[in-house]
Design a protein around this ligand. Structure first.
Ligand SMILES: NC(=O)c1ccc[n+]([C@@H]2O[C@H](COP(=O)([O-])OP(=O)(O)OC[C@H]3O[C@@H](n4cnc5c(N)ncnc54)[C@H](OP(=O)(O)O)[C@@H]3O)[C@@H](O)[C@H]2O)c1
Length: 354
C-alpha cells in the first residue's frame, strides 16, 4: 500500500478533542504514466473538525473505481486528492434532512470519512449528494453502479442521444462493463437487436445467456467487420461508444443512414502514453449523415432521480440484471482501479472499504 503520512492540517494526538475522527484519504502526487501505480499516491490522515449546522459526517462503505478517474486526473495540479464516488453511512448529522444511519452517495473521493454540507453543497461536488431511496433487497453498493452514475449514463446517454426505436440495431462496446451491460439491457427492453463487444469469451457468454444480448463478440479475437456482417445484416442504427479507437471507426463504417452515435468514452486509449491513429470516420459520417454526440452524464443532474427510479423499477421487474466485482479493503484502491482498467470486472467494479 501507499505510504501513510500525516496531513499538515491534522491535529496532534494531544488535541484532546472528543469524538476525534481521523479520516484517511488518497492523494495523487504525480500524474499517471501508463497504468496507475501505487507509488503515484500517498495515503494521508487528517483529523476532521466538529460539525457545523447543515453538515453531516459520513463513513465510506463502498468506494467506486471508474475509468474517468484515469482520464480526469490529468487535469488536476499535483498533488491532488483522488476523486471518486462513494456510498457512505451517515454517522453524525447536523442537517434536519439527513438522519444518522441513512446512506448517502456523492463525489467525496477516495477517503474513509467526509464532512459534507448537505444543506448547502459546495460547487466542487461533481454530482449532487443524495440520500439513497429504499433499495429494498438490493445492496447499497448499487448506488455506484446500476442505481447510480453508470446506470444514469446508460439510461440518459442511450435514450436521449441514440433515441433507439423498436426493431433497430444497437451496438455497444465495453459491453460487459457497468455502463455497457446496462445499455445493452435497455436496448433489449426497448425492442432493439443488441450486439455487444467485450474482452473475453466468458463475458460474451454472460451477455448472451444472462443478459439476453442477441450477439456478443470478443473484440480481442473476432474479426470486427465479419462480426458486424453476421450480426447486423441490416447494418447498425445506434452505436453506444465506450471505447473509441479503431473498433469504433469500423462500427461507424457499418451504420445506416441517419444513424446515431453516443460518444460516452474512449477507454481503449486511457492508459496510452501516445494517442492512437485510427481510420478516418468522416466519410461514414458524411455519406450516412450520422449524428455523433459526446456527453457527460452530469448534463442530466437535474433529472438524476428520474434515471435512478426508472432503473430501480426495471430491476424490480426483473428486466435489468447486474453483476459486481467487489474488491476488499481501503488499502486496495489502486489494485481495484488497475484491475478494472485491465478488464477484471464483469459489471461494476467497487471496493468494500471494510
Ligand atoms: N460520459 C460519461 O459521462 C461517462 C460516465 C461513465 C462512464 N463513461 C465511460 O464509459 C466507459 C465504460 O465505463 P464503465 O464505468 O462502465 O467501466 P467498465 O466498462 O465497467 O470497466 C472498464 C472496462 O473497459 C474495458 N477495456 C479496458 N481496456 C480496453 C480496451 N483497450 N479496449 C476496449 N475495452 C477495454 C474492460 O473490459 P473488456 O474486458 O471488455 O476489455 C473493462 O472491464 C468508459 O469509457 C468511461 O470513461 C462515461
Amino acid at each position: 500500500m501507499a505510504n501513510i503520512v500525516p496531513s499538515t492540517i491534522a491535529r496532534g494526538l494531544s488535541s484532546g478533542v472528543a469524538n476525534r475522527i481521523l479520516a484517511k484519504k488518497y492523494v495523487l502526487t504525480k500524474h499517471f504514466e501508463g497504468e496507475p501505480k501505487k507509488s503515484d499516491f500517498i495515503v494521508v490522515e487528517e483529523e476532521l473538525p466538529q460539525l457545523k449546522d447543515g453538515e453531516i459526517l459520513t463513513e465510506a462503505e463502498y468506494l467506486s473505481v471508474d475509468p474517468y478517474m484515469r482520464a480526469y486526473m490529468i487535469r488536476f495540479k499535483m498533488p491532488a486528492d483522488m476523486i471518486g464516488g462513494q456510498v457512505a453511512k451517515v454517522i453524525e448529522s447536523r442537517s434536519a434532512k439527513v438522519p444518522v444511519g441513512s446512506y448517502v452517495t456523492g463525489s467525496f473521493g477516495w477517503r474513509t470519512h467526509s464532512i459534507v454540507n448537505y444543506d448547502n453543497p459546495s460547487a466542487d461536488q461533481q454530482l449532487p449528494v443524495h440520500v439513497l431511496p429504499d433499495f429494498g433487497p438490493y445492496p447499497v453498493s448499487l448506488a455506484l453502479g446500476l442505481l447510480g452514475m453508470p446506470g444514469n449514463t446508460a439510461y440518459f446517454g442511450l435514450k436521449e442521444l441514440c433515441q433507439p426505436k423498436a426493431g433497430e440495431t444497437l451496438v455497444v462496446t465495453g459491453a460487459a462493463g457497468a455502463v455497457g451491460s446496462h445499455v445493452g439491457q435497455i436496448g433489449k427492453i426497448l425492442g432493439c437487436r443488441v450486439i455487444g463487444f467485450a474482452g473475453s469469451d466468458e463475458k460474451c457468454q454472460y451477455l448472451k445467456k444472462e443478459l439476453g444480448f442477441d450477439y456478443a463478440f470478443n473484440y480481442k479475437t473476432a474479426n470486427i467487420r465479419s462480426a458486424l456482417k453476421e450480426a447486423a445484416p441490416n447494418r447498425v442504427d445506434c452505436y453506444f461508444d465506450n471505447v473509441g479507437g479503431e473498433i469504433s471507426s469500423i462500427i461507424m463504417s457499418h451504420m445506416n443512414k441517419y444513424g446515431r452515435v453516443a460518444v460516452c468514452g474512449s477507454i481503449s486509449s486511457y492508459n496510452d502514453t501516445t494517442l492512437p491513429k485510427v481510420s478516418i470516420v468522416q466519410p461514414s459520417i458524411v455519406f450516412n449523415e450520422l449524428k455523433l454526440e459526446g456527453f457527460i452524464v452530469s448534463r442530466w443532474a437535474n433529472r438524476w432521480q428520474e434515471g435512478i427510479m426508472a432503473n430501480l423499477k426495471w430491476l424490480k421487474e426483473g428486466k435489468l440484471k447486474y453483476q459486481e466485482k467487489v474488491y476488499h479493503g481501503f488499502d486496495n484502491m489502486v489494485d481495484a482501479l488497475v484491475g478494472m482498467l485491465r478488464g477484471e470486472n464483469t459489471g461494476k467494479a467497487v471496493v468494500k472499504v471494510k
